[in-house]
Design a binder for this molecule. Structure first.
Ligand code: HEC
Ligand code: HEC
Length: 194
């Protein structure tokens, strides 16, 4: 009888300790807050300044109010037979896209090393759920952890261009820093997808 009570008490203490431990080690996972953070990220990733370069086929897009109707890039511009995203020999992206924006309306925008994102990093025409699944998949996000995705958004030059897109083009919403923070908050909340 007495032994049984001691065993039960020990079991209760073990349970209490492991509950406290679990609360201490896993961050407060809050799916609603996570989804609100993801909504901010999606607003940026799906914006024309980002999605026009994140296509699954071989043609960069011209979309958004600055371009009128959505269409493929003029001049028969292609990803490039070598799959590099830098265009075909003879019509490389860098033939027209320099390190800085043209100051002329409808002149080529510019940033260092201008080229298309790999086709598996597709956002153009994709839903929030599809982009969310892609960005979490190391097979399709360049082998990045979510922290590395956030740092890429904060520090990469092509990403930065989205907030400095040259005359007449609407910048992506918010800022690189705000998107970095939204990605970090989303990851900390367990990276929920809609
Ligand atoms: C013959 C010149 C030329 C070449 C080559 C070229 N572009 Fe462009 N690109 C332009 C011009 C000009 C614009 C802007 C047109 C405008 O503002 O109406 C543009 C705009 C874009 C845009 C739209 C950006 C936005 O969201 O506002 C993307 C994306 C793009 N180019 C990607 C590429 C990629 C990737 C390559 C190489 C595979 C490439 N371009 C090759 C001339 C070129
Ligand atoms: C001029 C074309 C271009 C534009 C514009 C562009 N990107 Fe990218 N993006 C790339 C390329 C190229 C890569 C691949 C780089 C790598 O993996 O190292 C990439 C990769 C990424 C990645 C890595 C993970 C993944 O799965 O996509 C993120 C995140 C990203 N871009 C965010 C953005 C955001 C946010 C914007 C708009 C504010 C943007 N990009 C605009 C070309 C572009």
């Amino acid at each position: 009888m007495r032994l049984a009570r001691i065993v039960l008490t020990a079991a209760a203490i073990t349970a209490a300790v492991s509950t406290a431990f679990a609360q201490e080690t896993s961050p407060a996972v809050d799916p609603a807050a996570g989804l609100a953070s993801w909504a901010k990220v999606y607003e940026v990733f799906s914006h024309p300044r980002c999605a026009n370069c994140h296509v699954e086929d071989d043609r960069p897009r011209w979309s958004g109010p600055h371009y009128g109707a959505t269409r493929v890039h003029a001049f028969n511009v292609q990803r490039g037979a070598d799959g590099s995203g830098f265009g075909n020999p003879g019509l490389r992206c860098t033939t027209c896209h320099f390190a800085t924006n043209s100051t002329v309306l409808h002149g080529p925008p510019g940033a260092e090393s201008w080229h298309l994102a790999p086709p598996e990093m597709v956002w153009f025409g994709k839903s929030s759920a599809e982009i969310c699944a892609q960005i979490k998949d190391p097979e399709r996000n360049g082998g990045r952890t979510l922290d590395e995705v956030a740092v890429h958004v904060r520090d990469d030059g092509l990403v930065a261009w989205g907030w400095n897109p040259g005359p007449g083009r609407e910048p992506a919403p918010g800022s690189a820093q705000a998107t970095f923070e939204a990605l970090s908050a989303w990851a900390a909340a367990g990276a929920p997808c809609p």
